[in-house]
Write a protein that binds this ligand. Sequence first.
Ligand SMILES: Cc1ncc(COP(=O)(O)O)c(C=O)c1O
Length: 487
Amino acid sequence: MVDSEASEDERLWQWVAGYAQQYRSSLGVRPVAAGVDSRAIAQKLSELDALPQSGKPALECIQELVALAEPGITSMSGPRFAGWVVGGTLPAALAADWLTSTWDQNAGVGEGAPAATAFENAALAWVAALLRLPEAVKGTLVTGAMSANFCCLAAARGHLLEAAGWDVQQHGLFGAPALRVLVGNERHETIDKAVRLLGLGKRSLTCIEADGQGRLRPSVLARELDRCADPVVVCAQAGNVNSGSFDSLSEIADCVTRHRERHGPSSVWLHIDGAFGLWARAAEPHAPALAALADAAERADSWATDAHKILNVPYDSGIALCREPRSLRRAMETGGAYLDSGQPRTTFQPGLLGPELSRRARGFALWAALRHLGAAGVSELVARYAENARCFAQAIGGQAGLRVLNDVCFNQVVVLLDAKAGTEPAAWTIQVVRALQAEGTCYATPSSWHGRPVIRFSFCNATTTQEDALRMAGALGRVIAEEQARE
Ligand SMILES: Cc1ncc(COP(=O)(O)O)c(C=O)c1O
């Protein structure tokens, strides 16, 4: 409803608020997959003027945008979206995100945006407390866990090379001492990308054998570290992107401690990629066994995680944290007299710790999510994801031709299908994924795990119920039966 007495701007805000409300309420009932592909949208866009020479009123323009875009919108924040690891959107966080755009603060200028800076510090301190990390931990908000891995590994690189007598900020990497990065065979690809972006090259990686659930084997890590005289980063993982499994962080931290005792305190840096898994630590007191999967995470030097998956903050909300921020600050330092706001710095400036200069004030939405849920609410939420995943896995396990391949320890379920006679398993899996998405009840995505084509289901939406989980399992069974019957 748009008030005809309102000004042009007011009419725009009213219309958008009404549309957003209607879209949000449709999330539980509309088909989860987008109705058309990007080519169909591109075709519609190409039918408009190549470049409009004259503009049009904002409301008309936004109505046109919605008409053109909506057919291609996937209900990613709906209760039965289980693709990749994509969280939903808490209303409090979404509202704060709208305000973030309304206020349009540049969080990269510290005291020029005092509320943005203070809220980011406060939200990061809450995250550290919730995840039971050391009190002195500091960090910054970035786009996602990819960026967070990059920031943390940049800090690690600078710290270890400095201890080896090399200032990488001054001299770069040509002629630098060798730096090794020990990673599990089933690390997330973003670790490799971060290592490449940091100029270390893939050859600096040593891959450590993983077990059947994708957990790095600490005994193999210990052997590799014993052979390692160079400065070394150890990357552990909390939450395997397929199985959801957790590396044994306490055994890994023990290996790191032993290495330090032999080679010096700055010989090794322990980083944890806990994009979604680190939040398991918040499951206390609702699910202590789940929380215990990430025990000893507090012994690391840096942590990459995000709030757009498990916590259901809208994109983008990556979190990079370091035990002590000096190395992060050195890695991300930037100059420019014009950047001074003229005001004295009164608090810690997280805007100086990231790779960006100008950027969104990400602290407001994160703060609102945590203020809304409280520690108890986050604990309940994280525990609920695990219950939904177990409920789904149980329902899948009861269906012929379907097998859950992973130990469902958290929110991820990996499903293997018996292929239809005469069809290759990979082709069959893709056929079923497409049919499942087209059917509309839910959305899951394909993967390959231990050389087998699988479908992954990820439970990290606050609005998903056990009934949704059962509907998803039912839809999968139904779609497979239909595809089996197809000529
Ligand atoms: C373990 C792990 N690390 C890193 C990432 C990358 O996160 P983002 O997409 O937020 O950059 C993911 C994404 O699912 C992940 O599961």
